[in-house]
Design a binder for this molecule. Structure first.
Ligand code: ATP
Ligand code: MG
Length: 216
């Protein structure tokens, strides 16, 4: 069955696009046929993919409010295993449709106060948007772009836990390799960055949030 995963967060700049790009490259390397739908008018993923040639990975743009449903259907018919949807926030019709049509919603959260508040707002918004669905998407808050050396990290983690948000048990640190991805395209070649992505993916696999593709 096709998996649809969206990145969503009220607070801008939390790492949605970088997180999806990292996930996309890893899954494609694992032989999944992956497509990113870039619904952000800033076109971060489209730009990131401009000079990119990765087997099994495509990026398409979609900024038309009305027909994300048709786009998802068309891509499902083209035998993709995973559709990743990058959004520009949560209060558009496109984001609302992405929320309702996903199996998994990932909410990246740095240690900042505004990002933590953004996660709580996003979680509440998703809850309201999906309350009438028969099958609701799984939601995971991902600590992303976090300065793990700072005591703000443990403080912010505690805040997220105390708020009872569905926190994924992995932390993706702040690393220059991730910043370079938006300039260079593709996945960072730095081993620290690759390691961080690998532990992010294994946390998702451990909790059965994404399928294994190795045996395809
Ligand atoms: N783990 C990380 N370590 C260091 N820098 C990061 C990390 N993740 C993202 N960044 C950088 O932070 C900035 C914001 O990331 P990104 O564009 O992925 O966020 P976004 O949520 O998609 O933003 P927007 O709301 O504008 O779409 C970018 O410059 C990116 O390179
Ligand atoms: Mg973005």
């Amino acid at each position: 069955m096709i998996q649809i995963i969206s990145a969503i967060q009220r607070k801008g700049g939390a790492g949605k696009s970088t997180m999806l790009q990292s996930l996309a490259v890893s899954l494609a390397n694992d032989n999944a046929k992956v497509v990113i739908i870039d619904t952000d008018p800033q076109m971060s993923c489209m730009k990131w993919a401009e000079s990119l040639e990765i087997k099994n990975l495509d990026v398409v743009e979609h900024v038309n409010e009305n027909s994300l449903r048709d786009m998802i259907q068309a891509l499902s018919d083209r035998n993709y295993d995973v559709i990743l949807i990058d959004t520009a926030g949560y209060d558009s019709r496109i984001a609302s449709y992405a929320i309702k049509s996903s199996n998994l919603l990932l909410v990246p959260t740095s240690g900042s106060k505004s990002s933590i508040q953004g996660s709580a707002d996003t979680w509440k918004h998703i809850d309201e948007e999906t309350e009438n669905l028969k099958i609701r998407p799984i939601v995971k808050i991902v600590m992303w772009n976090v300065n793990i050396q700072s005591n703000i990290f443990s403080h912010s983690k505690k805040q997220l836990e105390n708020a009872n948000l569905p926190l994924l048990d992995v932390v993706v640190p702040r690393l220059t390799g991730f910043e370079e991805m938006s300039w260079n395209g593709g996945m960072s070649v730095k081993s620290s960055t690759r390691k961080a992505v690998a532990s992010f993916i294994s946390a998702l696999q451990r909790h059965k949030l994404i399928d294994f593709y190795e045996d395809k």
